[in-house]
Design a protein around this ligand. Structure first.
Ligand SMILES: [Zn+2]
Ligand SMILES: [Zn+2]
Ligand SMILES: [Zn+2]
Length: 206
């Protein structure tokens, strides 16, 4: 996972690489300047001498060795030592923009999932389903069997909205905490990786 900061929406995304991102990055890497388009220029060396060298006008890279000086060389343009740095910085920016684009897509996908999930948790359908689960458990926690059940927990998110009752368990608060402690963010349930499975805001409120 790569940590990506989306400044404009003040969000940190833990991006997991996707085939779309890999394909776009691959295609972008092919666009690096390799067929250099060169011109001769005068390069001032560190001891103040002058070399006649070839510089790529696209990426700024210096190619080949110096050639013998010829009459008229004094009219050649000066070598631009910052051009290659600028090109490399630009490439880095492009690379980062691709990453951010795909991190944003991943984030949007995840947050819309949670929006729908939260809407569902506020619905009458969910209230009905919870009642059935509490009824099955006789009001007791199905984790410890000792305490009163307070929450209905999803064992899987596969059928959110049309769960089988055996996919839901009635639990007490401490069993519910334990269930969510076991969910390390990296070990996926079906939710995307940047989600916070143990954030109580996303859970089944009473
Ligand atoms: Zn080049
Ligand atoms: Zn319990
Ligand atoms: Zn839960």
């Amino acid at each position: 996972m790569v940590k990506v900061v989306l400044e404009d929406i003040n969000t940190v995304v833990y991006f997991t690489s996707t085939p779309e991102w890999a394909a776009e990055t691959q295609a972008w890497s092919q666009t690096k300047c390799t067929d250099h388009d060169t011109f001769w220029c005068r390069r001032i060396t560190s001891n103040g001498g002058v070399q006649i060298r070839q510089q790529c006008r696209i990426c700024g890279h210096l190619l080949g060795g110096a050639r013998k000086r010829e009459p008229g060389d004094e009219n050649l343009p000066l070598h631009d030592p910052d051009m290659e740095t600028r090109y490399n910085e630009l490439r880095e920016q492009e690379h980062l923009q691709i990453l951010k684009k795909h991190a944003r897509l991943q984030h949007e996908k995840t947050s819309s999932w949670f929006d729908q999930y939260n809407d569902y948790l506020a619905s009458d359908e969910w209230q009905q389903k919870r009642k059935l689960v509490f009824k099955r458990s006789g009001g007791m926690c199905e984790g410890c069997g000792l305490a009163e059940a307070k929450q209905v927990h999803h064992l899987t998110y596969k059928h959110v909205g049309c769960e089988f009752l055996f996919e839901l368990v009635a639990v007490c608060d401490s069993c519910h905490d334990r269930l969510h402690q076991d969910e390390a963010p990296e070990t996926g349930d079906e939710r995307a990786s940047s989600a916070e499975p143990d954030n109580p805001d996303y859970e089944e409120p009473l």
